[in-house]
Write a protein that binds this ligand. Structure first.
Ligand code: ASP
Length: 352
């Protein structure tokens, strides 16, 4: 039930939703927030309160960095008590990274943080912006019979689907249906009504105090394997002195080539303290290093499983855990369990 007394904070960061065409170059450029309110008079028709906060200047999401995530966390922390929910307008390109990062940076969240955006600017006739924004705001204001928010996690609403932020991936550069959660069911579907799958939503513990974490360590690389990847390139990357963690994108259920040079380079990096997490290049399914010899070799080299985590979730989880200052052992323990629903479950067989 939408709470007519709800106060929702609408945070505009930028993205296509608020862009206009440059008359000279034809490129889309960020514009100011009035562009959105002018084209969305519906914003004034909600029964609940919507207050905007605007990033000035607005930012194309390809330019976002952890500094902007920290700014978002700070806005949410500062306004946490006064608002019932938060909607973040964000470019689609890196929305899954931001959603994943925020899910780790805000612990014991018990209010909705819904990210949305658009594939077409709000000024265009066929824009998807209105649908996305209006429904995201309604989700943020939706309460259960006890007066608690129905959603109490970081999620993305895009073209009818509400999905968990740290399970999301941008899959389409053209279509309105831009995001998918391949390894976890959708949290809600909007049609005539918004239908939530309550069994899939995270259950908040209202006794626990929300905590905000700011430190993110970016000394991470994503290394995507391909047949024939050159030895000197892999070795050079793994030898980088400041490198703290690697998200290794492997084949199928977590497999990689068995070449001696490769396994030695991995083992050497692990030995000097680099954390290497195995995620699959497949969109669906989980890493299972026990399954093939090509995976077992990685286990022996000290690689840890990312199970069915997305690359976006693995990168931001590592940034958060390293930034927090946990020891290598503590990070490995936490990488093996879901902190905020980002992986399906810890599989004992991967222990090796
Ligand atoms: N380049 C834009 C951005 O991510 C694309 C979008 O908003 O869809 O900011």
């Amino acid at each position: 039930m939408i709470d007519s007394n709800a106060n929702i904070l609408l945070i505009y960061t930028g993205g296509t939703i608020g862009m206009i065409e440059n008359n000279v170059t034809g490129a889309l450029e960020a514009f100011n927030f009035s562009q959105i309110t002018d084209h969305l008079p519906e914003l004034r028709r909600f029964k609940f309160q919507v207050e905007p906060i605007v990033f000035d200047p607005p930012i194309d999401s390809s330019d976002l960095t952890p500094i902007h995530w920290q700014k978002l966390v700070n806005i949410i922390e500062t306004n946490y008590e006064q608002y019932d929910g938060f909607v973040i307008l964000h470019g689609t390109d890196t929305m899954s990274y931001t959603a994943s990062a925020l899910s780790f940076m805000i612990e014991n969240l018990d209010k909705p943080v819904v990210l949305t955006g658009a594939q077409l600017p709000i000024g265009k006739l066929r824009t998807d912006a209105k649908e996305n924004l209006i429904t995201a705001l309604e989700i943020a204001a939706d309460k259960d019979n006890l007066g608690y928010s129905i959603v109490s996690e970081v999620c993305i609403f895009f073209q009818n689907d509400l999905i968990r932020g740290n399970r999301s991936t941008k899959v389409n550069a053209d279509n309105f249906n831009a995001f998918r959660s391949f390894n976890y069911p959708n949290l809600a579907k909007s049609g005539i009504k918004i239908r939530y799958d309550r069994s899939k939503l995270l259950t908040p513990n209202h006794e626990k105090k929300v905590r905000f974490h700011y430190k993110m360590d970016e000394h991470i690389v994503v290394l995507k394997l391909f047949p024939g990847i050159p030895q000197n390139i892999v070795e050079t990357i793994l030898d980088i002195e400041s490198l703290k963690a690697v998200v290794l994108e492997t084949f199928g259920s977590g497999n990689a080539m068995r070449s001696d040079w490769f396994l030695e380079a991995l083992a050497k990096a692990v030995k000097r303290g680099v954390i290497i997490v195995n995620v699959t290049q497949c969109a669906m399914g989980s890493v299972e290093m026990q399954r093939y010899e090509t995976g077992q070799q990685l286990l022996k080299a000290g690689i840890i499983s990312g199970f069915d985590m997305t690359t976006e979730a693995a990168v931001t989880k590592l940034m958060h855990l390293i930034g927090f200052g946990y020891s290598r052992e503590e990070i490995i323990v936490r990488m093996r369990v879901p902190l905020v629903g980002e992986m399906t479950r810890y599989d004992e067989r991967e222990e090796g």
